[in-house]
Design a protein around this ligand. Structure first.
Ligand code: R5P
Length: 291
């Protein structure tokens, strides 16, 4: 198998290639003067070899790049195309919240033609059913890796989800870490503003880890941290799978008193200290040997 690293997942793809001891195909990415994206996989043929394309989708350009890479690998005669989308953007618009809105993730997902698609912790399971042009679609779960981190560091005593949407993630993280878990109640007032109220938490004097699938503006984490501090929590650590982190998000969280932010490398940030490379490599190996 050969690995193709999309422009948004260069480091992660090279880690997967190293884990699999596979060749990483060089690619060229640049923009035309009018802004259109030029993408090229630097090979003359794949000679009927399977290929895995690894590309997160954080922007419209990333998505176009992913489509270009799939088409390029088809043109190079790959025997099988596996697509790994470490972070699938647009997945928060997984339903029509108002009439006239698109199901954005559906619009994207059905453009992806591949033999198999893997998505790491998609925002909702709902998103996966829209990959109607993939022969197989599967979610990979990075939550145990976050749990393993806290099991080793032993620096927190309680895992907390900032809202119901993150409750299952918190349960898995806590299970692997061997810790208790709880959930806060969140009401979203607008795209930028959320209100958080406590459930039945006893955080006083304890080190707590807030866990979420995505951190974007940091608004959810800031509110939750402020609340936990008011309730007497000692240190508040934060862990997420996908550190989207819009400009200012990290500073906002640290200013709110967050002790440390830990993320996986589905997106390449300064907080990406937990790698999902082995998780991806294992799954690619399993499917390669089962066919
Ligand atoms: C929302 O449902 C997600 O699970 C995250 O809680 C949310 O995307 C975090 O966004 P932000 O960092 O902007 O509050």
């Amino acid at each position: 198998m050969k690995i193709v690293a999309g422009r948004a997942s260069q480091v992660l793809a090279s880690r997967v290639a190293a884990a699999l001891n596979c060749e990483l195909l060089p690619c060229e990415f640049r923009s035309f003067p009018d802004g259109e994206l030029y993408t090229r996989v630097d090979a003359t043929t794949l000679d009927g070899e399977p290929v895995a394309i690894i590309q997160s989708v954080t922007s419209d350009t990333d998505f176009v790049c992913l489509l270009q890479l799939i088409e390029a690998c088809e043109g190079l005669d790959a025997s099988k195309i596996s697509v790994v989308i470490p972070y699938l953007g647009y997945a928060r618009q997984d339903k029509r919240f108002k009439s006239g809105e698109p199901i954005s993730v559906r619009a994207l997902a059905r453009c992806i033609f591949a033999d198999e698609v893997f998505v790491i912790n998609p925002h909702s399971a709902e998103a996966l059913k829209y990959f109607e042009n993939a022969r197989s679609i599967e979610a990979l779960d990075a939550a145990p890796l976050l749990g393993e981190h806290f099991r080793k560091t032993k620096n927190v005593e309680l895992i907390v989800a900032p809202d119901d949407g993150a409750a299952a993630l918190a349960a898995t993280v806590a299970g692997r870490a061997g810790l208790e878990h709880d959930v806060l109640e969140k009401t979203r007032l607008s795209a930028e503003d959320v209100e958080i109220k406590p459930k039945t938490l006893d955080v006083a004097g304890r080190n707590v880890a807030l866990v979420d699938d995505i951190i974007s503006t940091g608004g959810t984490i800031v509110k939750a941290t402020t609340l936990l501090k008011e309730l007497g929590a000692s240190e508040v650590y934060v862990a997420c799978v996908h550190a989207v982190l819009v400009p200012g998000a990290a500073l906002r969280m640290l200013n709110a008193g967050v002790k440390e932010v830990i993320a996986t490398d589905t997106l390449e940030t300064i907080f990406s200290r937990i790698s999902v490379a082995e998780l991806i490599a294992r799954r690619l190996t399993d499917t390669a040997t089962s066919k």
